[in-house]
Ligand binder design. Structure first.
Ligand code: ATP
Ligand code: MG
Length: 334
């Protein structure tokens, strides 16, 4: 059976890259489900992943709620989707150990995320290295078959498939599926400060990303200061003009227009870059308005958010327990 599974780290408030690269797909998938489907979409707020890099405990706790409130504001419906916090399902850590026994050091050293995030660190935490193993455990604990993710996570998913395969071969049983990605059309939103990097929650420069709950004046400022190039007029050229093309991509993602159509309109009207940046800011502010209105109603209601997460954890645990028991049997522990 098809089981869609995905997750997000509560390292900060979700940004437009998370939204167009992942969250929007989640909502679309959820909304196409039948009511009371036996294998609903499962979304995890992966707090155990978030501590692979040092994190202030109070901040982390805050971001867990902010992340949950953001996802609900974007349209995740806890009646139809299992939304839970990773640390409330202890089987993740246990399965991660079992799967870790089927991965090699060179496999993990090849991971781009590990290379990027460990770059420049004098001491590299083990968790940063084994991150993809825990991620594989997340997906495989629910025998996930489809994973809607951004392009940056494709390599991890490929590793997850290889781990699933190794496990199945080692024990001579076809237990784990080989999960495949569901990619959005908008797979890699670039940093506003450096088009060579992706937009990231953990980038220390908050000016590099637009958070879904940024107020209008902040959005306007971040777009105005975004790094583009020295040409005055607008054209769509993702390779040659990556910074400016990112802004056009953003407008396209918020509207029904193609990037090429937007560039043509700008050319006809002789729109210059400063004008265009103002225009994109407006489009984004409008697009985020309903999400932000919902968010401001939810964020202070911790009791409600806790009830959603507790209920999600209860449902996730019952599926996980059943699968984990079978896994233990297969391995010989159970
Ligand atoms: P961090 O910097 O802490 O790793 P992040 O912004 O990379 O945060 P994650 O929680 O790691 O966000 O990823 C959540 C989902 O968002 C994943 O499916 C990931 O592929 C997707 N995603 C992250 N950044 C982008 C981006 N810039 N463009 C498109 N999708 C993205
Ligand atoms: Mg990430």
């Amino acid at each position: 059976t098809k089981q869609v599974y995905s997750g997000i780290q509560p390292t900060s408030i979700p940004h437009l890259g998370n939204y167009f690269g992942a969250i929007k797909q989640w909502v679309d998938i959820q909304n196409k489900q039948r009511p009371h489907q036996s294998n609903p979409l499962i979304i995890s707020i992966v707090d155990l992943h978030a501590i692979t890099m040092p994190k202030d405990p109070r901040l982390l706790n805050d971001y867990i709620y902010k992340c949950a409130a953001t996802l609900l504001s974007c349209g995740i419906d806890p009646e139809r989707t299992i939304l839970y916090k990773q640390s409330q399902v202890a089987y993740h850590g246990q399965l991660s150990w079992i799967l870790g026994c089927r991965v090699t050091l060179p496999q993990l050293s090849r991971m781009h995320q590990y290379k990027t995030k460990s770059d420049g660190l004098s001491e590299v935490p083990l968790g940063l290295f084994t991150y993809p193993v825990l991620q594989a455990a997340d997906i495989l604990l629910f025998r996930g078959t489809h994973v809607p993710i951004g392009e940056d996570q494709l390599q991890h998913l490929e590793l997850c498939r290889s781990i699933a395969e190794k496990f199945n071969n080692a024990y001579g049983i076809d237990f784990f599926p080989r999960p495949v990605p569901i990619e959005s059309e908008f797979t890699r939103l670039k940093s506003l400060r450096d088009p060579a990097k992706k937009m990231s929650k953990s980038d220390p420069d908050a000016g590099s990303r637009i958070e879904l709950v940024d107020p209008a004046d902040i959005i306007e400022k971040k777009i105005r200061k975004s790094v583009t190039d020295s040409m005055r007029l607008i054209s769509y050229d993702p390779k040659g003009r990556p910074g400016l093309s990112t802004l056009i991509d953003l407008e396209a993602a918020c509207t029904d227009l193609l990037p090429e159509e937007i560039a043509e309109r700008c050319l006809l009207q002789a729109t210059d870059k400063a004008e265009y940046k103002k225009h994109v800011s407006k489009v984004l502010v409008e697009h985020l308005r309903p999400i932000q209105a919902k968010y401001s109603r939810l964020i202070d209601d911790k009791k409600y958010l806790n009830s959603i997460l507790d209920d999600g954890a209860r449902r996730a645990n019952s599926i996980a327990e059943n699968n984990f028991r079978q896994i233990c049997k297969i391995v010989g522990c159970g």
